[in-house]
Unconditional design. Structure first.
Length: 352
């Protein structure tokens, strides 16, 4: 059995052939459908992710995120969060690969890049949550953190709201200076604004930062619009948070994975009795979310493997439509399944 591989050129071709907007819209809708399945009990939520945390040479973590669709497939993403990457190694902060296995045989059926996929599905998840919890007429988006994730946050949200401006802040002047150029394709005007102004003027805020453990909050609990909705995207490490606890306690809080959010998201600071609603429940019963739109709301986005599995489906579908990818025999399937040494003949090495 061969493995279908989408390398970086194939992933770039998928985006070029479909277009950024159409690709994002397909992922948004696929996530909506998949989360609704969970909310209606037709699909199971992904297990908790796990990983290895490191402190040297720079803090970070490498995690594995599994999801199983019984009788069909198992999808596992390995993803590393390394905030020192851009400056030290000219690499993305988030690097990963996504593998898919046949649920019956365990054979590796597909393998692809996870960098673009992670950015797209994270933006799409915020669009799904915001479409439920934010007011439909939201016109001002605030972004605290102007790195790679901020680009797809703005992109996804610009496709589901009539955004007229984006107020952006980052502690890194280079990130702040380059953001308008990187996000110009969205057509949304970008203005630099400090976090207090963002909190006061935005209808929706997405926080996606590399703040150190214990160094938050990055958004002050100051004057704000009564209906402000926040997408807290920066959950990467236990102890790393971005929002004021006072805000979290008075807001209606939804999470993509409530148990995971209580372990490593914004919700890790809440008491066990404090309510956290699963995003899947709201997708299945949207009226519950709509009833909350006039008050403060938070989406605690920790990232779940279901999102990766669904986004991978979109990429694979486009690749199939256009004949992209390559097939490679990665696994050793011996001629005799009971004899691991039943290898294909290998030419003898030339004599020296």
């Amino acid at each position: 059995m061969e493995t279908w591989i989408l390398d970086r050129r194939d992933v770039a071709a998928v985006m070029a052939l479909v277009g950024r907007d159409a690709l994002m819209e397909r992922v948004v809708e696929r996530l909506t459908e998949g989360l609704a399945d969970i909310g209606h009990g037709r699909r199971e939520l992904s297990p908790l992710r796990d990983g290895f945390e490191r402190s040297e040479p720079v803090p970070g973590i490498l995690e594995w995120m599994p999801h199983r669709d019984p009788g069909d497939s198992i999808t596992i993403k390995t993803v590393a969060y390394s905030p020192g990457n851009p400056e030290r190694f000219s690499l993305p902060t988030i690097i990963g690969t996504v593998a898919r296995y046949d649920d019956t045989t365990g054979a590796l059926t597909a393998l692809m890049d996870g960098v673009l996929l992670t950015a797209v599905r994270t933006g799409a998840a915020s669009a799904v949550a915001s479409r439920l919890l934010a007011r439909p007429d939201s016109r001002t988006l605030g972004l605290v953190g102007a790195g790679a994730q901020a680009v797809t946050q703005l992109h996804a949200l610009s496709l589901v709201f009539p955004l007229e401006r984006a107020l952006v802040w980052d502690t890194d002047p280079a990130h702040l200076e380059s953001f308008a150029r990187r996000a110009a394709f969205t057509g949304v005007p970008v203005q630099v604004a400090d976090p207090a102004r963002i909190a006061a003027e935005a209808d929706i805020v997405s926080t996606a930062t590399s703040v150190a453990v214990g160094a938050g909050p990055v958004l002050p609990d100051t004057a704000h619009r009564e209906h402000l909705h926040i997408n807290a995207v920066g959950a990467d490490l236990v102890g790393k948070t971005e929002l004021p606890l006072t805000w979290l306690r008075r807001a209606f809080v939804a999470a993509d994975h409530p148990e995971q959010a209580r372990r490593e998201g914004e919700c890790q600071r809440l008491a066990p009795a404090d309510p956290v609603t699963g995003l899947a429940e709201l997708v299945a019963e949207p009226q519950r979310a709509e009833d909350r739109r006039d008050g403060p709301t938070v989406f605690d986005s920790t990232g779940i493997a279901l999102e990766d599995a669904l986004a991978m489906e979109v990429f694979l579908e486009v690749a199939a439509e256009h004949g992209l990818g390559s097939r490679m025999s990665i696994e050793h399937h011996p001629a005799d399944a009971l004899d691991p040494y039943a290898l294909q003949p290998v030419p003898a090495a030339a004599s020296l």
